[in-house]
Design a protein around this ligand. Structure first.
Ligand code: BES
Ligand code: ZN
Length: 903
């Protein structure tokens, strides 16, 4: 999952605090339904100076000053007719929106972006009954708010229905948003074009003028014109096809249930599908380009299983009679839950037994589970406004865990889920993290609600405090609180989690049987001795933390809710150690003062099995986090890894290895060769038994397989001779067989990376990249290509990525990230990003900075900030780099001397 979520992150999407759902799900779930009863809030009304109206493109005053639409007119039903032309790459369309006037008004405001409005008319219900033609409307447009105003000759009457007819046209968009074109290559080498939509959150307005806010739910009746060589798909099943003059066909789809605009979808393509039926009779189909059809079967099986599961689990049937899942060749994010027509990046849906690894399979399953969960949570029940998007995404994330565990226990998703949670912690422990629920108004802010990144202010002016707790910006609390009304205690606990940013650190000090507990905000990269530390703590972070703990004396799980800054607790029995956060289920980090850590390390060395695997993962995670926060020295954390040689659980071993590997990588990237050499020796020597036990096969459980991939990759990265030899041998066999030989999928990436070390191998891989029909294989080849030591080869990859033909634009972010992690590529990638900054931003590509230590990068972001660019992502970038540099300065001497003792 790790690589795939890296992909997702680089698109700046997703990742929310799942844990809140964890704690309070049982209580909040019934209440969240409040959100589905959409009343239209009155707070929309502008309180600005009515004289300060904006100016429309034609110079006239635009009658509406707000970003949010007025509630004077609301949509009931859309009739949409769309005719995309896949040769001229544009579309013409018309719509009839049935609206209800709720107040007398002289204008109708709609969202519209980059659409050419040809004509707009209005009919009253009566006009329509008597077939009276509509009255032509004047149209003003105000692109800054992505709105148009239809000026009606006579005031609309409250309580009456009207029909708005609009003819419009536009080019098929270039990127990944709105109604855009996507291309793919056939086995025969032919380039083909399809047209596809992606609307969330605010891009339906690029495809048709509409009330593009989630609470304006309506029914949609969609018709699509196409040539006979194509098919058309939409949310609903097709009712009929009409043949038009000139051979064009027009597909009519059933009217949708009431739904938000961001969930509308339609596609014109020439894809093939496989279908099956769930036990409740829903027809499920998986679509892919014709040559990828054979990779759709796993998704079909998984979808049928998961849909059955959800129908039983929610005890609500999926409301449509069909569900299509489609693999789109160019896709901006990982997947999108359009009702009845879910769109996926190819690597999130297709499974190729020959080239997809164990983690690829897990990823496909999880993404399907996630988007299916949205069919209930998000589609059936929708948040009123984007500030509560975390309900949608948080819940879907949580349901991934429930449903995949139930349907595919053999995938052992539990343990990967923990890693996902650790990623969330990583974001939350930066000062620039943001509370879950925040106001979001502009499309950019709305986009950022999906990020794991900040909205940076918290607990400043305008915030309120209550009971010593700092609540940010009262505006955002309304929806969150509304859904919890009546349950005061839960409300209190919830708000300490959702309305304040960050993650708590619980400091435990033991004195015999008595424990002293203290909570503070966990901050990475800001140390207790730093001047910023105190003011940040004094913003008064106080959480209600449901603690759990266990001791060596019994199997019992003890509980305690920490509500105050400090607290004491008496252990029920004498023990040699105490471990908090059982199974790492809680959203907090624990630090044991005094000799608490030593006692735990001692236990791990004596018999690690006395602690549960997830507790061991949690300990390893926390110990390294505490080093980053300056609360522990690195040697303590390294000492903890000393028992790993004997670790029996693959997820735990993987976790420990990943930190050590990270350090090696850091040293390598910074060219600190004495340390990287010593670390290399240490790793190869210390983990020799683990390396030697790996086979070059696809056998074993999912975690054994993932461990194999990681261990052999590390061994080859460290130039371990037997590893290189084996990989090179497999690679040359593969080349000799002209790519026909099946290499075990778990080691494919490693074999290719070793193969890419020679020019001949690299060139051959690039050829195969172009020809491959498997996204899973292409990802692995691209990674291998990006590990080359030759800068001209890396430059060639970047050029291909910019060109967007051989290497698709959707893969550019991942490519740049991979090159930036390559010691020979980091400067190259950085120069490139700096020189092409504006262009890359347009392509929505953000460079990954987890492993960047370059002062130059920091300076660049600082200068951007000084020039007034205030994209929130800059803040997190800056903070991450500063933190990295600081980490190194502080811990390098310790790492150096620890290694000297241990090799
Ligand atoms: N609804 C989101 C996709 C989305 C996110 C669209 C933000 C627009 C803005 C979808 O359900 C989702 O969460 N997709 C993830 C993949 C998921 C399995 C983790 C994504 O695309 O990153
Ligand atoms: Zn989602």
């Amino acid at each position: 999952v790790l690589h795939s979520s890296a992909m997702v992150n680089s698109q700046g999407k997703l990742l929310f605090n799942i844990y809140v759902a964890f704690y309070c799900l049982a209580v909040t779930l019934p209440k969240i339904c409040i959100c589905s009863q959409f009343s239209i809030p009155s707070s929309y009304q502008s309180n600005k100076d009515p004289g300060a109206f904006p100016v429309a493109t034609n110079g006239e005053p635009f009658p509406w000053p707000e970003l949010r639409l007025p509630n004077t007119v609301t949509p009931l039903h859309y009739d949409l007719l769309i005719h995309p032309n896949l040769t001229s790459l544009d579309f013409v369309a018309s719509e009839k929106i049935e609206v209800l006037a709720r107040a007398d008004t002289q204008f109708i405001i709609l969202h519209s972006k980059d659409l050419e409005i040809k004509d707009a008319t209005l009919q009253s219900e009566e006009d329509s009954r008597y077939m009276k033609p509509g009255e032509k409307l004047r149209v003003l447009s105000y692109p800054i708010h992505q709105q148009i105003a239809l000026l009606v000759p006579e005031k609309l009457m409250p309580g009456r229905k009207y029909y708005v007819d609009i003819d419009f046209q536009a080019k098929l968009a270039d990127g990944f948003q709105g109604f855009y074109k996507s291309t793919y290559r056939t086995l025969g080498g032919e380039q083909r074009i399809i047209a596809v939509t992606d609307f969330e959150p605010t891009e339906a307005r690029m495809a048709f003028p509409c009330f593009d806010e989630p609470l304006f739910k309506a029914n949609f009746s969609i018709k699509i014109r196409r040539e006979s060589r194509h098919i058309a798909l939409s949310n609903m099943p097709k009712v009929k096809t009409i043949e038009l003059e000139g051979g064009l066909l027009e597909d009519h789809f059933e009217t949708t249930v009431k739904m938000s605009t961001y969930l509308v979808a339609y596609i014109v393509c020439d894809f093939k599908s496989v279908s099956g039926t769930t036990s409740s009779g829903v027809k499920v189909s998986i679509y892919a380009s014709p040559d990828k059809w054979s990779q759709t079967h796993y998704a079909l099986q998984a979808t049928l299983k998961l849909l059955d599961f959800y129908e039983k689990y929610f005890d609500i049937n999926y409301p449509l009679s069909k569900l299509d899942l489609i693999a789109v060749p160019d896709f901006g994010s990982g997947a999108m839950e359009n009702w009845g027509l879910i769109t996926y990046r190819e690597t999130s849906l297709l499974f190729d037994p020959k080239t997809s690894s164990a983690s690829d399979k897990l990823w496909v399953t999880v993404v399907i589970a996630h988007e299916l969960a949205h069919q209930w949570f998000g589609n059936l029940v929708t948040m009123e406004w984007w500030n509560d998007i975390w309900l949608n995404e948080g819940f879907a994330n949580y349901m991934e865990l429930v449903s995949v565990n139930a349907t595919y226990p053999e995938l052992q998703f539990d343990d990967s889920f923990l890693n996902l949670c650790f990623e969330v912690i990583a974001r939350d422990s930066l000062n620039s993290s943001r509370p879950i629920s925040k106001p979001a108004e502009t499309p950019t802010q709305i986009q950022e609600m999906f990020d794991e990144v900040s909205l940076t202010r918290s607990c400043l002016e305008g915030d309120f405090t209550s009971g010593g707790v700092c609540y940010s910006d009262s505006k955002m609390t309304s929806n969150t609180l509304a859904s919890l009304r009546g349950n005061v205690e839960v409300k209190e606990m919830m708000t300490t989690w959702t309305l304040q940013k960050g993650i708590p650190l619980v400091v435990v000090r033991r004195d015999g049987r008595s424990l002293r507990l203290q909570q503070e905000r966990f901050l990475k990269g800001i140390f207790k001795e730093d001047p910023e530390w105190k003011p940040l703590q004094e913003r008064w972070y106080l959480w209600h933390i449901p603690l759990t703990y266990s001791t060596n004396s019994s199997n019992a799980i003890h509980r305690h809710i920490l509500k105050s800054k400090t607290d004491t607790l008496d252990l029920p029995e004498e023990t040699s150690w105490v471990k908090f956060n059982v199974d790492s289920n809680g959203y907090y980090i624990v630090h044991y003062e005094g000799n608490g850590w030593d006692q735990l390390i001692e236990q791990l060395n004596q018999n690690h099995m006395l602690l549960r695997p997830k507790d061991r993962i949690g300990l390893i995670h926390d110990v390294f986090q505490l080093v980053s926060a300056g609360r522990l020295t690195l040697d303590k954390a390294l000492d903890m890894t000393r028992y790993l040689q004997h670790e029996t659980s693959s997820p735990v071993l993987l976790k420990g290895l990943s930190y050590l590997e990270l350090f090696y990588h850091m040293m390598d990237l910074r060219n600190i060769s004495d340390v990287s050499e010593n670390l290399k020796h240490y790793l190869l020597q210390y983990f020799k038994p683990v390396i030697d036990r790996q086979s070059w096969s696809d056998e074993g459980s999912v975690w054994d397989r993932m461990l194999r991939s990681a261990v052999l990759k590390l061994a080859c990265d460290l130039n371990h001779a037997p590893c290189i030899r084996k990989a090179a041998e497999l690679f040359s066999q593969w080349m000799e067989s002209n790519g026909k030989l099946n290499i075990p999928t778990d080691v494919l990436k490693i074999v290719h990376s070793v193969g890419a070390r020679t020019t001949e191998g690299w060139n051959y891989l690039l050829e195969q990249y172009e020809l491959s029909m498997s996204g899973a294989e292409k990802n692995k080849i691209l990674y291998a290509l990006s590990t080359s030591k030759h800068q001209e080869k890396l430059m060639k990859l970047i050029e291909l990525g910019m060109e967007g033909k051989v290497i698709k634009t959707q893969d550019l972010a991942v490519l740049l990230h991979a090159i930036a992690r390559n010691p020979k590529g980091q400067q190259l990638a950085w120069n490139f990003v700096r020189e092409n900054w504006t262009h890359l931003l347009q392509k929505l590509v953000f460079l990954y900075v987890q492993c960047v230590f370059l002062h130059a990068v920091k300076l660049f972001f600082e200068s951007l900030k000084a020039q007034g660019s205030h994209l929130d992502i800059f803040q997190i970038v800056l903070e991450t780099i500063t933190k990295n540099i600081k980490w190194l300065e502080k811990n390098l001497p310790t790492l150096r001397s620890w290694l000297l003792v241990h090799i």
